[in-house]
Design a protein around this ligand. Sequence first.
Ligand SMILES: [Zn+2]
Length: 224
Amino acid sequence: MAFNWICPYCSHSSTITEQNQSGSLHYFNHNNVENQELGVYVNTIVCPNNDCRQVTISAKLGHTIYSSGRTKFSPPVIQSWRLKPSSSALAFPDYVPLAVRQDYEEACSIVGLSPKASATLSRRCLQGIIRDYWKIVKGRLVDEIEALQEKIDPDTWDAIDAVRKIGNIGAHMEKDINIIIEVDPEEAQLLIELIETLIKDWYVARHKRQEHLVKIKAAAESKK
Ligand SMILES: [Zn+2]
């Protein structure tokens, strides 16, 4: 079964087929506490991008059923793990500031365990991006975001505005950086996705544009 997939190492999107992935199911009962037929399914994917070819490994625990002569994994998933890489963080290039990448990576790695810690790191990351990329420095993140509105395209502004109106995220942006606010896991995940979008739309897009302009300039000069 083919599916679309984004590599966590190189961020390339590709279609994964049987040539790029395989998995196996280990099933057991061993008189477990609920006396259920359980299984651990381990899946491996190798990135089809020739410049990458990194290995991604994940595992999930769930129930199993026996049908048509074989034991199969049966949803829903009880628990799942990212084994390699261990977090969902995308690998952003070196030209994205180290402090931004570190806060982002830590926010991703802790989102399942502690959404409020993740959201706190995301808030610091978001502030770091606005200060570095747009040179807007004010006291509170909420004021820095307000100042952003006249500088950025309306679509990006709408996305930021929509995310900060969800649940406790808005309160997060108004408070001092040291105050920890409860958020639920979906809210923390949305903040992470917002940061990913902003890094791509700002740092990565600017870098690509600069690279392209250098190429055009070099081509023009070779014609002289
Ligand atoms: Zn890759």
